[in-house]
Unconditional design. Sequence first.
Length: 278
Amino acid sequence: MPQSYDDEGDGPAVFLLHGYPFNRSMWREQIDFLSADGFRAIAPDLIGISDKLQLVADSIEHETLRQRQAEAYRTIRTMESMARDVSALMDDLKIDQAVICGLSMGAYVAFEFVHLFPTRVRALVLAGARAQGPDEDEKQSREQQAHRILTEGMGLVAGAMLPKLLAPRTLAEKPNVVSRVREMILRTDPRGAAAAQRGMAARRDYSNDLTDIDAPTLIIAGRQDAVRKAEDAEFIRRGLGNSRLEIIDDAGHLMNMEQPEVFNRLLLSFIGEAEPHR
Ligand code: MLT
């Protein structure tokens, strides 16, 4: 079960599943908004936050360090294990059913969750999502990333990913969002990030699951998302009978942080339809 989570508000439950390599703080605007509007917003950390910015600390004795690195190299955090953790958290919080909202890696987890626990899903929200599984190139590149993260730390991820994660307008006009995203990446434990990369490399192809999903689904895409193509969202919409697609302007991959008002409005109107008796 996730050790850290936010749980705010009263009402129908909405689980918010973060992307890679972030943490639950990426949902701050949604937690505030939903909890003020009659919902219970629950956001777990799925990867693990570190107060150390580097795996390799000089103070760690050499042999211990080698052992820790060896363990880290073997570790994998599968999408299934994350989905099972979310279900265990629901059990613990005595919640039977919830809206499951996942962004990017969180959407992989949402796909896995609805596959494993279909009756626990009241409705689905998939943001910055992709259903197709990884090809050989993607698997290799994720393994290389995992290796580099463990040897070089999260700084390299922040440098390489930041420009791709946010729309040009966000990068130019919203320095607070840029620094929050950088901070989130740097605070992620490199071992957790590497394990999640391996988990994403080992994920299933969710395309074949689409026709089995009955839950009403909202798909959200950022128009300037450089990580996910528009076709990825279209593909999911075509595969899911009970779904609709919304595209947010001036938003990249982290659309919920870049355009929180628009994202929240879409979320609320969709969840309001799924929870008419609230
Ligand atoms: C994410 O934002 O979760 C990642 O971009 C997911 C991925 O690498 O596929």
